[in-house]
Design a protein around this ligand. Sequence first.
Ligand SMILES: C[S@@+](CC[C@H](N)C(=O)[O-])C[C@H]1O[C@@H](n2cnc3c(N)ncnc32)[C@H](O)[C@@H]1O
Length: 212
Amino acid sequence: MGSPTHYYSPSPDTPPRPATVRLDLPDLSLTLRTDTGVFSGTRVDPGTKYLLLEAPAPPTAGHLADIGCGYGPIALTLAARSPAATVWAVDVNERALDLTRANAESAGLANVRVAHPDDVPADVRFAALWSNPPVRIGKAGLHELLDRWLGRLDAGAAGLLVVQKHLGADSLQRWLGERGWSVERLGSRVGYRLLDVRRPVSGGAAGAAGER
Ligand SMILES: C[S@@+](CC[C@H](N)C(=O)[O-])C[C@H]1O[C@@H](n2cnc3c(N)ncnc32)[C@H](O)[C@@H]1O
């Protein structure tokens, strides 16, 4: 028997059941295509909505990242708020990548680049990274993912992570601190923590990554 399909499966084998969800924010309203086999396909995830409501304005230019883009609510919001920036919408799930591509096209957001993690050019550095990260892949995978992508933040740039409290937000915050990241809790609501992660001047894996 094969392994069961998760929202983070590379090629979900659940029969497609296309649907739409509304993303309504004070500055943006979009109808987004979703499907089975992707994260939170029946409504915008409350953690994602919280991040999008609370996030400070993103940098107006440069490369921005949404790591684990799903069907694209975070990437498309970044792209709409920063039309002169290039937004990398990254996921391992092919169905999610196809949906993000289609959603960006329907919304007329030509500044979204949809990519598998290995297809983001190695020299791209991010002026900001926003993510509702895939906590359910397990601690080792999550730590590897965060090391990989936070390590590509420009000096002084912030990573904004929304994580469910009961899925280990506080232990993740501690781990990031131990890795040398400077982490501030921007807020806590509806069972989620919103974390601002920055590279310190020096020290730890985070400081070392900045010196590359
Ligand atoms: C919690 S969901 C968030 C989806 C979307 N950003 C949203 O807010 O609705 C996390 C996403 O991370 C993706 N993911 C899992 N492992 C990944 C990896 N190694 N690299 C990039 N994305 C990954 C999953 O496929 C999933 O779409």
